[in-house]
Design a protein around this ligand. Sequence first.
Ligand code: GLN
Length: 271
Amino acid sequence: MKKTSKLLTAGLLVLSMLAFAGCGNKQEAPAGNEAGQQAEQQAKVYVVGTNPTFAPFESQDDNGNIVGFDIDLMEAIAADQGIEIKVESLEFDALIMALGNGSIDIIASGMTITPERLEQVDFTDSYYTAGLNIAVAEENTTINGIDDLKGKVLAAQIGTTGALMCQQLVDDGIAKEAKLLADINICMLDLQNGACDAVINDIPVTNDYIKANPGVVKVVGENFNAEEYGFAVSKEAPELLAKLNAGLANVIANGTYDNLYAKYFTEAAAE
Ligand code: GLN
C-alpha cells in the first residue's frame, strides 16, 4: 500500500513536471518567442497626432478626412520603414502632452523645432523651413511692417511660435494685446471683423489662406525669422525616431519628397 502510494506520488510529480516543462517549452522556445515579437511589431499601429487647421500641412477635406503635406510625407516615411500609422486630430496645444502620456506616438503638425520643446520631446531632422510673417486686413493701410505694431492688438494660434512672438511684442511694450485663439482660421476671421489688427503666423500657412480666400487679408513687411519643422516623438522612443529619420532621408533621396513638395507648394503656388 505504502509503496503504491509512493509510486503514485512520484508518478504524479513526474507528470506535473513534464506538463510544467511542456508549458515552459512553449513559452520560452526562442523560435516561438521571435514569432510572438514579430506579431506584436506587425500589430503596432503608430498614432500620429495633428491639428488639422493648418493647410497646406494638415486640414480636413469635405469628407472629414485629414489631408495635407505632413500627412502624405508621414505616410511615405511609414511605407518606406514598413510601419503602420493612424492619424488623429487634437488641439495644437495638447499635442506635446499627448505624446508625454502615450496617447499618441508621433506629432506631425507643422511643429517648429524649438529649444523649449526639445526639453520635452525629441524631433526628427528638419523636413521644412518656414518662419513667421504679419498679416493684416486687405484694406489696412497703416500697418506696413513690424514697426507699425505699436499699440496694436495682435492675434495668433495658442501654443505656437506665432503666439510667443505676439506675447514678446506685448512684453516689450510694443503691442497692446496678444489674443491667443484656438486656430489660425479664427485669427483670420478676427482680422476681417476688426477684432484684431494683425495676425502673426507661419508664412506658408498664411500664404495658403490668402490663396484660398483672395482679397480679404494681405502680408505686410519682412518675414520675421526662419523656423524648422520636425516630427516629434517621445524621448523614450529612440528606435522610432531613428526609423522616422531613416525614412525621411530615403524619401528625400528617392524623389518622393520633391513630388509632395511640388503637389502642395510649387504647383499650388503656380495655379
Ligand atoms: N510652426 C508653429 C509652431 O510650431 C505653428 C504650428 C501650428 O500651428 N500647427 O508653433
